[in-house]
Design a protein around this ligand. Structure first.
Ligand SMILES: *[C@@H]1O[C@H](CO)[C@@H](O)[C@H](O)[C@H]1NC(C)=O
Ligand SMILES: *[C@@H]1O[C@H](CO)[C@@H](O)[C@H](O)[C@H]1NC(C)=O
Ligand SMILES: *[C@@H]1O[C@H](CO)[C@@H](O)[C@H](O)[C@H]1NC(C)=O
Ligand SMILES: *[C@@H]1O[C@H](CO)[C@@H](O)[C@H](O)[C@H]1NC(C)=O
Ligand SMILES: *[C@@H]1O[C@H](CO)[C@@H](O)[C@H](O)[C@H]1NC(C)=O
Length: 376
């Protein structure tokens, strides 16, 4: 009974914290990208919930928008808080056009790798069915191509006009791109180096700013320095240490008034007080105690897949496992978190889910039971 009550109170507490927290996770729509530090949703989260340069907004179609200072608005497909990657796309599905004007100066985002591309404008009949063209920039007379091969660009320049040669961010450098195979239609994958929250995220803790004035960041795991969340954490710990004994005692008294003589009631109260003191101490050490791991049967109920030769993954997934940071190989078994469709090596994510009931990348709670309980 004691354990059940403690669990119930922890859930209640989590609700209170989530409801009260100014910096709780926001999103533009129910299935939108979860937005939290260092990002913030303008108008939904106060300024000190995000790091300068990381402001996002919602489009009038409830899509998440990132405004780059010199390159305009991009839509956000996904944010990987663990590996510090943001996946962007163009609302008009013409990333190549945006890459031609991309200028990341003044923003905290950078490409992983860079590659020089030459954009060529060629007569359509010359290149049609021979090369991959960038359809959104081409028409019946003029076709636009891009290649990273300087030789090929030079060869073609006799019959085509060079639009420009520029260094663009790519998620993976193409080593031997001798054809016009890369049509630059994939998402734009960028990373950020500052603020560096990787360590904090790996521990399952929350990164944040200490205060409005400084740009110093902290990790809520660090109980000495975690001031940014201190008010709520302290409130939470207070509720844990005061609320549990009071409630447990109250219900204990209610039930035991019928059954149990006074002296054993006192023992019970002491025992529950002890266990709540332990809970409060644990909460003080690691406030993320409010997140509870999942049981084996729940974890087992999530879909698994064995990677085929194409290594094609469903949903918003890159080519590496965000937990172990190693690349996926064919025949490896992955598990998919149902709520958000993020994939991980099954071994990696099972271990994580046993300790932590949320998706390591977006922190969505995957279990239907959790979802229900947080919607009370
Ligand atoms: C949404 O905003 C765009 C410009 O940002 C505008 O062209 C479009 O008409 C708007 N759509 C609606 C439904 O308001
Ligand atoms: C990017 O924009 C900045 C500010 O306008 C400018 O100084 C810089 O030269 C631009 N970089 C490129 C490559 O155009
Ligand atoms: C791209 O070209 C510039 C000069 O135009 C050169 O300095 C740079 O090393 C090239 N980058 C790559 C990745 O080849
Ligand atoms: C094709 O595009 C080129 C340059 O963008 C333009 O000059 C030309 O008029 C267009 N042709 C047609 C048929 O739209
Ligand atoms: C932090 O910012 C809020 C408004 O954004 C303001 O009311 C508050 O006084 C600020 N606190 C400090 C310590 O500057």
């Amino acid at each position: 009974m004691g354990i059940l009550e403690v669990l119930f109170l922890i859930r209640l507490l989590r609700l209170i914290i989530n409801a009260a927290a100014d910096c709780s996770i926001s999103e533009c729509s129910i299935h939108g990208t979860p937005v939290r530090f260092p990002f913030r949703l303008e108008g939904q989260q106060p300024r000190n919930c995000g790091y300068p340069g990381f402001d996002l907004s919602c489009s009038n179609q409830s899509l998440t928008v990132l405004k780059l200072p010199h390159s305009g608005d991009f839509l956000v497909r996904d944010i990987n808080y663990l590996t510090q990657q943001i996946q962007l796309y163009d609302s008009d599905n013409c990333l190549a056009k945006r890459l031609l004007q991309l200028n990341l100066s003044g923003s905290p985002f950078r490409g992983f790798f860079h590659q020089n591309y030459t954009f060529l404008s060629c007569p359509t009949q010359l290149v049609k069915s021979r090369f991959t063209t960038i359809n959104c920039l081409s028409n019946s007379t003029i076709s636009v191509l891009a290649t990273s091969s300087m030789n090929l660009a030079q060869e073609m320049s006799s019959s085509c006009d060079v639009i420009s040669t520029l260094t663009i961010p790519v998620s993976w450098p193409v080593q031997y791109n001798e054809g016009f195979s890369y049509d630059l239609s994939e998402d734009l994958l960028l990373t950020w180096f500052s603020p560096d929250c990787k360590r904090c995220e790996t521990q399952g803790s929350m990164c944040g700013l200490y205060g409005n004035a400084s740009h110093e960041i902290g990790c809520s795991y660090d109980s000495k320095k975690g001031k940014f969340a201190s008010n709520l954490r302290v409130l939470g710990i207070l509720i844990l240490s005061i609320g549990i004994p009071v409630l447990v005692c109250a219900s204990g008294v209610g039930i035991s008034a019928y059954l149990i003589p006074w002296h054993s009631r006192a023992n019970e109260a002491n025992a529950t007080q002890r266990s709540s003191t332990v809970a409060a101490a644990a909460a003080a050490l690691q406030p993320t105690i409010v997140v509870i791991g999942l049981d084996e049967s729940t974890i087992e109920s999530f879909d698994k897949l064995v990677l085929g030769d194409s290594k094609r993954l469903p949903g918003p997934n890159g080519s590496t496992c965000a937990i172990c940071l190693s690349e996926y190989n064919t025949k490896e078994t992955l598990r998919i978190i149902p709520e958000c469709k993020h994939c991980f090596h099954a071994d990696c994510v099972d271990e994580w889910l046993r300790m932590n009931g949320t998706c390591p990348v977006c922190r969505k709670s995957p279990s239907p039971a959790h979802v229900r309980s947080s919607n009370i």
